[in-house]
Design a protein around this ligand. Sequence first.
Ligand SMILES: [Zn+2]
Ligand SMILES: [Zn+2]
Length: 359
Amino acid sequence: MVSGISTSFIVHNACLSRGHPETVLKDRRVRVPTVHEYMELIFLGTGGSWPTPQRNVSAFAIKRGSELLLFDCGEGTQRQFQRSNVSYMAISNIFLTHLHGDHILGLPGLLQTMNLNDREAPLTIHGPPGTKRYVSLIFTNPLPRPGFEVNVKEITDEHVTPFDGYRIVARQLDHTVTSFGYALIEDPRPGRFDKAKALDLGVPEGPLFGKLQKGQPVELDDGTTIDPQQVLGSPRRGRKIAYTGDCRPSEATVELAHNADVLIHEATFSDEHEDANRYGHSTASQAAFIAKKAHARTLYLTHISPRYANASPLEEEARTVFENAHIANDLDTLVVKFPPDEPATGDFAKTAQDAATAQ
Ligand SMILES: [Zn+2]
Ligand SMILES: [Zn+2]
């Protein structure tokens, strides 16, 4: 029996050695209460091409607050969900990177199971051109249309999907078919609250502090208005997670991964496999070069070829280029805390609504 959170968490040594305790590898058996802005990454399937006893095919989920997003849905993904600490019934949006079988063949079964479990909430599936046709084929006899609403959105390069407090940005990457990588980018957070300054200005400790911290002006008893800018520091950047799907190295992947807290990059092969790029894939060291060039903080390698029963040589290969590199294994979960305070500049300065309006 698990005795407590402190004993059941494994602090990732590599993260600590880089001075980034914000990423913590969590024991998959432990449930952590959902709180607003809690973020957890769930590696459901980390193998490429076909399932093996060690690895299921591609599927990766992000739980942020109450929202659960699924990226890719390889065969057997619903069973991987059952082995994890999150429910497939909670998925609100599915993002498909591309229409190769090892990324999409789990969708028919997942949709049928949702239907058998009387799902009512709508589901939105995002993907490249061809996704609408694929989903319509799923609903051709003998699989009936489900009782819940399924929306399909075919996307183009740099498409922005806004959510409450963050956005998902798609980038077309270099593969053998049209393929998108996705980045989750959070809205800027308010700057740090200067309590001493607030007290100096005559704001009494209590609910008015909370309002100012949320960026709202407050009125004091003597009629003076205090603006949040008077007591808040500069806005701070939020978190960024990037997921590549299948790709050979390109500048678009570097842009997708720029300043990501966690980059999940495919590493189908080791450098010994000279044809990796010809097949539209990357080697472990190429993934590491992308992480380094993009100034990502942490790299997780996924989509490991079935030829590697032991993937540790790929991890070693990546670490010769980028120290904070790790092999992702099925059902690994990663809690992503906020990075150290950094001003919200560039892409981090935009809100989801601003970015969606500008596209
Ligand atoms: Zn694949
Ligand atoms: Zn592929």
